[in-house]
Design a protein. Structure first.
Length: 145
């Protein structure tokens, strides 16, 4: 089941990135949108890549760090989406579901990061379980307990 959840989240973050690419392409060609757009594109597409990198962490500390970066990028993406709509560069209605997805991803990564930090202070088993969900399955030869 952990592998299925991980695969689902990998696909979900990739779909999120694809939607950011399409939104970027549809942005108006105003100077303001041309400044904010690349930042939205960078943060929105890096959520999935950083999530995947977390699954290849070599230690619990590296795992937590990569997951923290994933959370930061998701939060930054939500910020740019909010700014685009509040500045009326894009209508709120088409972006509302992207905002919801960004906030859902943030909630997932906050919970995962808290679990990772708590697991790091205990032993390898929590880290091993988390990396198993991300598709790695082991930490320096140790199997999850």
């Amino acid at each position: 089941m952990g592998d299925e959840k991980s695969r689902d989240l990998r696909e979900r973050t990739k779909a999120f990135a694809s939607r950011m690419i399409r939104l970027y392409a549809a942005l108006p060609k105003t100077p303001e949108a041309q400044v904010i757009g690349p930042q939205l594109l960078r943060s929105g597409t890096s959520v999935g890549t950083n999530y995947r990198e977390a699954g290849r962490a070599r230690s619990p500390a590296e795992f937590a760090a990569k997951l923290g970066i994933t959370l930061q990028e998701a939060d930054e993406t939500a910020y740019w989406l909010e700014l685009l709509t509040e500045a009326k560069m894009v209508p709120q209605a088409p972006v509302a579901d992207l905002m919801q997805e960004a906030h859902e991803l943030i909630a997932i990564f906050v919970t995962s990061l808290e679990t990772a930090k708590n697991g790091r202070s205990q032993n390898c088993s929590d880290f091993c379980l988390l990396t198993s969900e991300l598709g790695r399955g082991d930490f320096e030869g140790q199997e999850p307990h």
